[in-house]
Design a protein around this ligand. Structure first.
Ligand code: APR
Length: 229
């Protein structure tokens, strides 16, 4: 009978992909400084100008071809040797997948998937980073859209994510400004007494008791691994 590994739940944001060269949203020069967020990432924006939204996500998908997982993504996969690791990410890139993490929940969708507009349960993986969609694109006769959670839309994976966090033996937050809900409230679902760490070079305010490691994702995880292992 093998001992059950402790459940390490990791909540990641754009900051974990920063060292791979992917822009965060709210840092200086971030994505929301370059694009009006409500035009390219909201339900109203999609209704108003779907071609612009398709183009925005086509560009972000194509950019994945030029980046790769960084040390932080790799450490999370390596931690699977000692822990049952559950990654809950706000990111829509595929870097956790490419690093080999085996348990990933995407709260805000995925660049490498599209879904039927008339039936959101019909989700279609795209094969290539160069695959593009337009408002006229259809699959199996269904008009498709990026499989992304826009602002003003529900976050269907949030409830399953809270159930994972509620079982965590250790909870680690990496590279998020904690500015967007409900993702930022995952912290509230941790059982009392479970250690919580927050790795971010410019950490946002967090409740007392959270151990802040004010370093980049990779340096912060190297430090955390020394403490945990
Ligand atoms: N390592 C770790 N964290 C970093 C690094 C790094 N090298 N560089 C920047 N950061 C941190 C910043 O300090 C900031 O706290 O990453 C965080 C990025 O914050 P945001 O840009 O707000 O990204 P995120 O929190 O993931 O945004 C949440 O907002 O627009 C929506 O859907 C979008 O999922 C996104 C959500």
């Amino acid at each position: 009978m093998t001992d059950k590994k402790p459940l390490l739940v990791v909540s990641t944001g754009a900051g974990i992909s920063a060292e791979s060269g992917i822009s965060t949203f709210r840092d200086a020069g971030g994505l929301w400084e370059q694009y009006p967020v409500m035009d390219v990432a909201s339900a109203d924006g999609f209704a108003r100008n779907p071609a612009l939204v398709h183009r925005f996500y086509n560009e972000r998908r194509a950019a994945l071809a030029g980046v790769k997982p960084n040390r932080a993504h790799i450490i999370l996969r390596e931690l699977e040797e000692k822990f049952d690791v559950a990654v809950i990410t706000q990111n829509v890139d595929d870097l956790h997948e490419r690093a080999g993490s085996s348990n990933i929940t995407h709260l805000h969708g995925e660049l490498m998937k599209v879904r039927a507009i008339d039936n959101p349960s019909l989700i279609y993986p795209l094969e290539h980073y160069t695959d593009t969609t337009t408002p006229e694109s259809t699959i199996d006769g269904h008009r498709v859209r990026p499989h992304i959670v826009f602002f003003q839309e529900a976050v269907p994976m949030f409830e399953p994510a809270t159930e994972i966090v509620a079982k965590a033996d250790i909870f680690v937050i990496i590279g998020t400004s904690l500015a967007v809900y409900p993702a930022a409230s995952l912290l509230n679902y941790v059982r009392p007494g479970v250690p919580v760490y927050y790795i971010d070079p410019h950490p946002s305010a967090v409740p007392k008791g959270v151990k802040v490691i004010a370093r980049t994702a990779s340096a912060g995880l190297e430090e955390l691994v020394k403490e945990l292992c």
